[in-house]
Design a protein around this ligand. Structure first.
Ligand code: SF4
Ligand code: SF4
Length: 380
């Protein structure tokens, strides 16, 4: 496996933090690597989020060009995505850290689900098996999930237990730090998830706040943090200078707590663009690029900060609805957007269509009711 054990030297939190800061502020080479917490897995800082990738050859191309982390899930594309990843990794499985996901259910059900993933991926073991989309401390301490994952570890079918989250993220990060067992957290993190466009740089200097600071702190205690949704939607961009997508990745990776970012990649051009961001320092030019990008997407893109959670009197999961809208209008993925929206069930935005005065405040100033209503119209 290309992701190798980290030299056998165990660093204390302060030394790990200093090492990570040095990595974050130094212009690196095109294949910068970082270690995923205490897992001993070392990966290139830009990996493959395969969720929307339909062509196995695109994933294979990324691996052939240095990517060492590939993330999928049993439910992406109704199961087809794991089969695509499996085809992509034939003969090169040993080169990557392979991550997939499982939903919390009864123990036999979770074990069956992971065994299905093994078959779809055509592998004997999966390196990181993550609880899918959790948002609470209760899910972090769920006994069924721990029992199932421990059995799978004992059987050699998975190596490292992790979680993924895109709501209640700070709560989940802190719960993983507090309760142990899970070794990695996949978080939704981009330049719009936090308290200002320079936050990740401030975090590298120990001055971060909010989600950025939580990521750095939790990572310093030995949890491997991986970032998804890093491009703030992937909306079309102009040309010249560092692309907003590269600058967005550099922003995420300026936080020393982030071991790797896993943007979606659907084309060879996107692979080339994204992988070049590994080792790229976030410059002031990059920050200006992001500020311009933010002007373009500022009225429609939800940063998934979760601050509006529970604020709709009609029970609408605003962040979940707007995540689905981003899948449609940013990623251009209608089926994914529809699946994501329908997965919200009663927490969807049906009530928004007839609601005349939205009372949900948004940290980014989004017109929530207008956007959620549009999401329902387009995706219900
Ligand atoms: S418009 Fe706002 S307050 Fe009304 S149902 Fe939708 S999210 Fe809730
Ligand atoms: S709608 Fe606004 S407050 Fe709610 S999660 Fe998105 S960015 Fe945060």
């Amino acid at each position: 496996m290309a992701a190798m054990a980290a030299g056998g030297v165990v660093l204390g939190p302060a030394a790990r933090r200093a090492e990570a800061i040095a990595e974050a502020v130094t212009r690196g080479n095109p294949a910068e690597t970082r270690t995923l917490g205490k897992t001993g897995l070392r990966v290139m800082t830009v990996g493959v989020g395969a969720m929307t990738t339909r062509e196995a050859d695109v994933i294979r191309y990324a691996v052939d060009h240095g990517a060492t982390y590939v993330d999928t899930a049993d439910c992406y594309m109704g199961g087809e995505n794991e089969r695509i990843v499996g085809r992509a990794l034939r003969g090169v499985r040993h080169k990557v850290v392979l991550a997939s996901k499982v939903h919390i259910m009864d123990v036999p059900g979770m074990i069956r689900s992971v065994e299905n993933s093994l078959r779809s991926l055509q592998v004997d073991s999966i390196d990181i098996m993550q609880l899918h989309g959790i948002s609470s401390e209760g899910e972090v301490t769920d006994g069924r999930a721990r029992e199932a994952l421990q059995k799978l570890i004992d059987q050699g079918k998975i190596r490292v237990p992790g979680v993924t989250t895109h709501s209640g993220q700070e709560t989940v990060l802190r719960a993983v730090q507090k309760h142990g067992f899970y070794k990695t957290v996949l978080v939704a993190y981009n330049f719009r998830s936090d308290t200002g466009i320079t936050t990740s740089i401030k975090t590298a200097l120990g001055l971060g706040k909010g989600l950025s600071a939580a990521i750095a702190d939790v990572a310093a205690s030995g949890i491997g943090v991986i970032a998804m949704k890093t491009q703030a939607g992937g909306y079309p961009v102009g040309d010249g200078g560092p692309s907003p997508h590269q600058a967005a990745l550099a922003w995420v990776l300026a936080n020393p707590g982030v071991a790797a970012a896993i943007p979606s990649m659907v084309s060879y051009a996107q692979v080339d663009e994204n992988l070049k961001a590994s080792g790229m320092r976030l410059s002031w030019r990059g920050i200006k690029t992001l500020a311009r990008y933010e002007e373009v997407i500022g009225d429609r893109h939800c940063g998934l900060c979760g601050e509006c959670s529970g604020r709709c009197p009609n029970g609408v999961d605003v962040a979940g609805v707007l995540r689905s809208l981003t899948y449609l209008e940013g990623y251009g993925r209608k089926a994914l957007a529809r699946d994501s929206y329908r997965g919200l069930g009663d927490a969807g935005a049906a009530a928004c269509v007839s609601c005349t005065g939205c009372v949900v405040p948004c940290r980014l100033g989004l017109a929530v009711g207008r956007l959620t209503g549009r999401a329902h119209t387009l995706l219900a």
